[in-house]
Ligand binder design. Structure first.
Ligand SMILES: [Zn+2]
Length: 68
């Protein structure tokens, strides 16, 4: 297999995977919350708006993320 074809195949598989599994965990928080050191108080994560999820880059590239 030619290297370029191999990369194209991998990209296709990755994009298909992003289509089926569009979300990843938000790397900025723990389940959408930022806790104080004692874990008693928290605020919503600004990056994921408290959902704790993040839409994967590949899924954004595919578009149609408005309903996600
Ligand atoms: Zn977050």
């Amino acid at each position: 297999m030619k290297p370029l074809l191999f990369v194209a195949a991998l990209t296709l598989i990755y994009l298909a995977y992003c289509w089926v599994y569009p979300y990843t965990a938000c790397g900025n928080c723990d389940g959408g919350r930022h806790f104080t050191a004692d874990g008693q108080y928290w605020r919503k994560c600004g990056r994921c708006k408290g959902s704790g999820t993040k839409i994967r880059l590949g899924r954004k590239l595919l578009g149609g993320t408005r309903d996600l």
